[in-house]
Ligand binder design. Sequence first.
Ligand code: NDP
Length: 388
Amino acid sequence: MTRSVSIFGATGSVGLSTLDLIRQHRSQYRVVALTANGNAAAIAQLAREFDAELAVVADEAAYADLKDALAGTGIEAAAGAEALVEAARRNADWTMASIVGCAGLPSTMAAIEAGKTVALANKEALVSAGALMMAAVRRSGAALLPVDSEHNAIFQCLAGGKIDQVRKITLTASGGPFRSFSLAEMQGVTPAQAVAHPNWDMGAKISIDSATMMNKGLELIEAYHLFPVGLDKIDILVHPQSVIHSMVEYVDYSTLAQLGSPDMRIPIASALAWPERIATTCKPLDLAAIGQLTFEQPDITRFPALRLARAAIAEGGAKPAILNAANEIAVAEFLNGQIKFLDIAALVEATLTAYVPVAPANLEELFSVDADARQYARAELEKLTSGH
Ligand code: NDP
C-alpha cells in the first residue's frame, strides 16, 4: 500500500534524509507537499523529482521564482505562512515536521490538530508549546512519532513496555565538539569550529545547539513531554561515540537501549515506515571495529545550557518558550559573528531573568510570549554587545 507523505523543511538536513529514503522506496510512497523557507530552486527541483502535488515557500519573496521553476509541470506553487498551514492540513497519511525553530510550530500544530501521523524533528516547536501541543495530540488522536535519534530510541525501547513501569530514562549526549574544552578554550571558538560536529552531519542551528549542549537541554524538555515519567526520572549521560542513542530502565532494573550508526536516516526510516520497517543503505553497526563505548557525567559548569533547560521545564509556564526563543536569537547572532560562544547561554539566562510573563493558556498567547521573548533577547544582546 502506498503511504502519502508531506515534508516540511524538505530542503534541510532532515528533509533531504527523508527524501533519500523515499528515493530508495519510491513505489511505497507518494509525495503530497514539500516546503522550504526561501530556497525556491531547490524545492522546485525536489518537487519535480518526487512528482509532488504542491511546493510551498514560507518566504513570499521567493514565490515568483518558485512559480517560474514549476511552470508547465502541473505542480501547485504557494507561499507564505498561511499556505504552510494549509499544506499541513492536506490529505497526507504521514507528515515530517522538520522545519528548524519555532517557525515550524504553526504547520506542526496544524498537522497535529488535523489528527495526522506526525514525525517530529522540529523539537523547538515541542519545547516552546509542550503542554499545548500534547493536549492537541490527545484531543485530535494524532500519532506523534519522535524523529530525534534519542527520542526515537526511547520510543523503540518503550514498544511493548509500560510507561508506569519505567524507573529511569537516560538520554545520551555526544558532548559535541567542545566536550573536553575548558571554559577559557570555549571562549574563543569560531562558528566554523562549533558547527563541525564529531559524529553527526546536521543543519547549522542544531550543530551549534550540540556544541553548547542546549540541544540536550531542549531534548530533556522534549522527553519530558513525550514520555510522561516525571522530570526527576530523566537523566543525561555523555557518550562520545553516539552508538547508544538512549536507554530505558524498567522497575525490575532491566535496561533497554537502542543502538545504531550515527546516521539520521535510521531513526527517520523507523518513523517513515512505522509500525513496519524498511531497509536502509546506512552503515551497519560494527561494535568490534568501534571497540569501546565510554560514558561520562555531563558538566553543567562548562555547559550551563543544561542547567538552564532543566530549570526552565521544572518551573514550566512560559519558561521553556522563553528559553527556546532566546536561544534561537543567540545562535543566529553567534553564527553571524555578533557574539562569542559562551555568550549564547549567558544571553538565554539574562532573557529568562528579564522577562517573566504569565503562562500562555493558548497558542495565540504562546506566539506572543515567543515574540516578546525575542524582543527581550535583542535588548539583552544590545547590552552585551555595547559592553553595558
Ligand atoms: P536545516 O537548517 O538543515 O533545514 C531547515 C529547513 O527548514 C529547511 O528546509 C529550511 O528551508 C526550512 N526553514 C528554515 N527557516 C524556515 C522558516 N522561517 N519557515 C519555514 N521553513 C523554514 O535544519 P535541520 O534539518 O538540521 O533541522 C530541522 C529540525 O530537525 C530542527 O528542529 C532540528 O533541531 C531537528 N533535528 C535535526 C537533526 C539533524 O540531524 N539535522 C537531528 C535531530 C533533530 P530553506 O532551505 O529554504 O532555508
